[in-house]
Design a protein. Sequence first.
Length: 279
Amino acid sequence: MLLLFASLRRERSELLPTRPEMTRGSRRRLIIADCCTSQSTNKQTERRGRKERRAVVMDSGLGTLELLGVFFSLAASLCSLVTLMMPQWLTLSTELLPTENFQLGLWETCVVQDLGFTECLPYNSLLGLPADIRLARILMCTTLATGLMGLLFAIPGINLVNGCRRTESFKVKRALKMLGGILSIVAGVLGLVPVSYVAHLTVLRFFDESVPRVVPRWEFGDALFLGWTAGCLHLAAGSLLVTSCLFLRDETCLHQSIALNRTHMTRPERSPRGRTEYV
């Protein structure tokens, strides 16, 4: 019996490899696999970090353009509103009445005295107005409405407003900002047309040789200069908003969500076979 048990044990030891040899080989393979995994993970992390840094830098630059565009659009809308309501589109002063100054606006005419008294009289009939005043009314009201619509569309489209976490949201925000910029440019063009047209007619009438020199002539008022300022601000705001849309990418808007999922993306997936497989 003892001889039989010893022979069976010898045959079993010859068939199975020794435990230390299997443990040493498995450790070597695990070390090589861990080194390769760590190197690839480090490279992916470095590339992802560079992309995120570039996205943050681009995001800060585009954010500045967006804020400037919204600020210029708001300032332009306020200037357009003041231009529309001011009666100082044209001014007239005579040598016969040096103490009085006449002012012509889109809605009323005023007489300003040196003592500080002002008397304004609204227009009685719309059809009785000159063609340039009627055109200026229509275009200035359209300018104000278009500028306000562009501002309302542009504010939800800037990156400071939360809500850009998916590709669909990014496209919607970009479309809103682009639409706001285009409307602002249209408002700038519409605002410059009536102001420039009234100024052009005023210059022609001022240098009209058929009118005697003793006849007083209308001159530029403060509203014309404010209207030119509003038009230029609208054009600048629209250009800034459109430029920020052209250089905007998906990574610029989605780098925050990428950072939130960074741990899940950088953590390597390992098979359920652990280190204790060959133990």
